[in-house]
Ligand binder design. Structure first.
Ligand SMILES: [Zn+2]
Length: 185
């Protein structure tokens, strides 16, 4: 099927994490970025503007490293658990690397610039952890989806990555179960 990147995470790095579909289902899990055409679509959708020089296997490897490093820490946080020390150590390395390669372009406020897509995504990982309220981080309620997002709703009630997708499927499932158990709503 035609890949259309869905940017529902509320942050570039969460949209990167969500390039793995069906993450919680071993049989269906798929890395959308493994296909070079899809990788290019995702970069365009997120405004990272791929150049021919940068697209390719090396970029894919870097993005996967950023994605899985971030996910290893974000997943427990989304569930209200503490990330493992080893995973935090890998994250720290990635962030230190990002800062080392970035140039400081303004001092008030501190503004960092990175030249390559890979370094910009690394900087973005740093910003997510530095700037965002991660108490708002959620995992989609679907048992297999596994997508993460920042719940920016006023009352903190967002349950689904996409109400049109996982939310709809859950409603359909409840409807089916009601019909087949004879219970009323
Ligand atoms: Zn979902």
């Amino acid at each position: 099927m035609d890949y259309r990147p869905e940017l529902v995470g509320g942050h570039l790095v969460l949209d990167l994490v969500n390039t793995v579909a069906w993450r919680l289902d071993d049989r269906r899990r798929v890395d959308r970025l493994a296909d070079p055409g899809n990788l290019r679509k995702w970069l365009t959708a997120t405004g990272l503007e791929p150049s021919d020089r940068e697209a390719g296997t090396a970029l894919h490897d870097t993005l996967v490293h950023c994605r899985e490093t971030a996910y290893a820490v974000l997943h427990p946080l989304a569930l209200g658990a503490e990330p493992a020390a080893d995973d935090l150590a890998v994250l720290r390395e990635l962030i230190e690397d990002a800062v080392r390669k970035a140039s400081l372009v303004s001092s008030r406020p501190l503004t960092w610039h990175a030249d390559t897509i890979a370094d910009r995504v690394r900087l973005s990982v740093w910003r997510l952890f530095e700037d965002e309220d991660l108490s708002r981080l959620r995992q989609c309620d679907d048992g297999e989806c596994g997508w993460l997002f920042l719940d920016r709703s006023k009352n903190g009630s967002r349950r689904w990555c996409s109400s049109a997708d996982c939310g709809n499927r859950a409603r359909a499932r409840r409807h089916y179960q009601r019909r087949h158990t004879g219970a009323s709503a």
